[in-house]
Design a protein around this ligand. Structure first.
Ligand SMILES: [Zn+2]
Length: 452
């Protein structure tokens, strides 16, 4: 049987390759890959397949969200009577740990669909998700994968957050869910991948970390919250006599394929160790500011050569706004208008996030260039000022990010997810109506569940 390549061409867009090239060009897609990006139309053979006129659009590499929580999608607008946290731990106890216990398979699926549709509308083609649903752990990553990858059509690296906060049985269920899903991801053909999820050091005993170390495959990494609040380091010293990074290192979990989210309260020795171990860290500025937990050491982290990426931590999916905020936070915190400059910001989202995804999926991401996966976002954008390789970051941050973001078309592995602002595989209005029903039920269960 001969295999016929499906070719699409995207014509007349202003194409940014993700690095240093901006030009009006034609992108040729051959099956799941970019075959060519040419400034002059191909001569000779007529292109096969679909020709897409992208006049008035900006083409950029599909964005990657390096730390998020799809399960938080149905929390939008939820009020909890008596909610008055005075610390990060109290935010978890009073809100998130009540919500996650109330999740059932139907609400996990609805949250996955809402999160994936939201991501697509923000130009995101790949999410690295950290999932928790303590009342329905076994199979929950399959439910999420079915919603995000099979139904909406995005790529996702999924993880189940193992924790001791809900008793031994659920600790073991979480470990088994990760082991099972890591094995299934080996045959995913690049559409989904996996990390071994861990909640955070302060909810994990040494006994559990030893079990994780025994069960995690040698080529897999963990995805864990580290030093998000100051309590995490304080409790590590109090209970174990060492700081978090030393503790994770003792269990062999600081690996190049591991992701440490937040890392706000590391000391210099820990930052050095993270760099030595080539572990990825992920900055989530809007979430950190919303929880009032601290300021990420962007300069110190990048100066050490650490692979630092960007995530939204479930607070929406608009990574361009997140990136803009990352710059604002550094300038504000250091009272220095030169802090958080374009070079550092470009590195976070357009260099390091693709490398973090590469470590999870095993192939390269993040460029509109021949040989790369055809993960492409088309944004309605008519620049009012000159646009070229020197000004593209200014346009993305001060134009696309701070004005209305309109992603009209999205392609993942060469396949359309959004075309002309409409989803290809899902009835968006019907799914949002269903999500509202699921959210109302979830909110009731959350409030009735009480603190635990
Ligand atoms: Zn998180």
């Amino acid at each position: 049987m001969t295999k016929t390549a499906v070719t699409r061409t995207i014509e007349n867009a202003i194409v940014w390759d993700g690095a240093d090239r901006v030009a009006r060009a034609t992108i040729t897609i051959d099956e799941d890959r970019i075959a060519d990006v040419a400034e002059s139309p191909a001569t000779g053979r007529r292109p096969r397949g679909e020709q897409i006129d992208a006049t008035g659009k900006l083409a950029i590499p599909g964005l990657i969200n390096a730390h998020t929580h799809a399960y938080s999608a149905l929390a939008r607008g939820m009020a909890i009577p008596g909610f008055a946290p005075r610390s990060f731990t109290q935010i978890l106890e009073q809100f998130w740990w009540r919500l996650d216990k109330a999740l059932d398979p139907a609400s996990v699926r609805a949250s996955g669909l809402v999160a994936a549709m939201d991501a697509a509308r923000c130009g995101v083609t790949t999410i690295l998700d950290h999932h928790a649903s303590p009342s329905c752990i076994p199979g929950s990553l399959d439910v999420l994968r079915e919603a995000v990858c099979d139904t909406v059509g995005l790529r996702a690296a999924l993880a189940y957050e193992v924790t001791d906060r809900d008793g031994r049985e659920r600790t073991h269920q979480g470990i088994e869910e990760n082991v099972r899903f890591l094995a299934s991801a080996r045959t995913s053909a690049g559409r989904f991948a996996a990390h071994f999820g861990l909640h955070a050091a302060f909810t994990l005993s040494d006994e559990t970390l030893a079990l994780v170390a025994a069960r995690i495959p040698t080529d897999a990494g963990v995805h864990i919250h580290v030093a998000e609040g100051p309590e995490d380091e304080a409790l590590s010293m109090e209970r174990h006599g060492v700081r978090i990074i030393e503790r994770l290192d003792r269990f062999g979990l600081l690996r190049p394929s591991s992701i440490l989210a937040h890392v706000l309260h590391l000391d210099d020795g820990e930052k050095d160790r993270v760099a030595e171990r080539h572990v990825a860290v992920v900055h989530n500025p809007r979430s950190n500011m919303n929880n009032a937990v601290g300021t990420f050491d962007l300069h110190g982290t990048l100066r050490r050569g650490t692979l630092a990426g960007l995530g939204t931590d479930g607070l929406g999916s608009n990574l361009l706004t997140e990136l803009f905020t990352a710059g604002l936070l550094q300038k504000h915190a250091h009272q220095d208008p030169l802090a958080g400059g374009f070079s550092d910001l470009h590195r976070l989202l357009f260099v390091n996030n693709p490398e973090i995804a590469e470590r999870a999926f095993g192939f390269r991401f993040g460029r509109l260039a021949p040989g790369y996966p055809a993960d492409i976002a088309l944004i309605d954008y008519e620049p009012p000022t000159p646009i070229d390789s020197d000004t593209i970051l200014g346009h993305l941050l001060f134009g696309v990010a701070v004005h209305a973001l309109r992603v009209s078309d999205l392609f993942v592995a060469g396949q359309p997810v959004l075309r002309r602002s409409t989803f290809i595989h899902v009835d968006e209005a019907a799914e949002l109506a269903h999500a509202r029903e699921q959210a109302a039920l979830l909110w009731t269960r959350t409030r009735e569940g009480g603190a635990s």
